[in-house]
Design a protein around this ligand. Structure first.
Ligand SMILES: C[S@@+](CC[C@H](N)C(=O)[O-])C[C@H]1O[C@@H](n2cnc3c(N)ncnc32)[C@H](O)[C@@H]1O
Length: 240
């Protein structure tokens, strides 16, 4: 997060975490000295996880406000204040209306503030295109449990084959996942996350740049592109 924001210190900043998930980035913002952190998520379990983190770290309610809400709910968004940093990692492509969500999030950036987001990359490689991912995820989500377990086994087998083809030891890779060194979730959660994360949308970096720069007037400060179907990371500044 420090790398994306180009800052190691958020002293005096108002930080808005849209789709806070476990709350880990909001916690980081608190630790970096943010004056006020506002976190929300559509999912009640995520809200509970974030509340639990706030309690575990003993952070005052007045400094860190957490609630349930959707970035697509315009009435709810009217209740959210402007922020110096709007942060939304891996969220807006899961809302079912990605461009509307990007616009709603960008509107909460104070002039002079920044908007950091990550969005799934659009891929067209011969083996797996983004359009095929979309079909696979849709199918997985509608399938009966037994079929879902079968798809998970197939996905895991494909993962192991690809890892072995790169001359890695798949067992070591999986053990690294399970020790939380890879993505903060064990291997099977990661398999289910890749197959199940739906709604799912994607965009190439140029499309995000065109939307936020050409249509909304933001300036690009940072870009980290993915080789595959993972997330591209962007940080934009809203001119004063
Ligand atoms: C992949 S998780 C990312 C969580 C967190 N940002 C992180 O990086 O750890 C996506 C999150 O977006 C949330 N989400 C999906 N649709 C949303 C919406 N319309 N408004 C707010 N949050 C939403 C999900 O509930 C989920 O917690």
């Amino acid at each position: 997060m420090q790398y994306m924001l180009g800052k190691h210190d958020l002293t005096g900043c108002r930080f808005l975490d849209i789709g806070c998930g476990s709350g880990i980035f909001s916690l980081a913002a608190n630790m970096l000295g943010a004056e006020y952190v506002e976190s929300f998520d559509y999912d009640q379990n995520s809200v509970q996880a974030t509340l639990a983190i706030r309690q575990r770290y003993g952070i005052a309610v007045e400094k860190w406000h957490i609630q349930q809400g959707s970035v697509l709910d315009s009435q709810f968004m009217q209740t959210i204040g402007m922020a110096d940093v709007v942060y939304s990692w891996g969220v807006l492509h899961h809302t079912g209306s990605m461009w509307a969500a990007i616009q709603a999030a960008a509107q909460k950036v104070q002039p002079g503030g920044v908007f950091a987001l990550s969005i799934y990359n659009e891929v067209h490689n011969p083996i797996m295109t983004s359009a095929r991912w979309l079909k696979l995820k849709r199918f997985y989500n509608q399938a009966p449990t037994l079929v879902q377990r079968g798809l998970e086994a197939l996905y895991a087998a494909a993962f192991i084959a690809v890892d072995a083809a790169k001359f890695h030891n798949p067992l070591t890779t999986i053990q690294r996942y399970n020790r939380d060194e890879q993505r903060g979730m064990d291997f099977w959660h990661d398999v289910r996350d890749w197959l199940g994360g739906y709604p799912y949308e994607y965009a190439n970096p140029g499309a995000i740049f065109t939307f936020l720069h050409k249509e909304m007037g933001f300036e690009l400060m940072y870009l980290n592109t993915s080789y595959g179907s993972g997330c591209n990371e962007f940080t934009f500044r809203r001119p004063v």
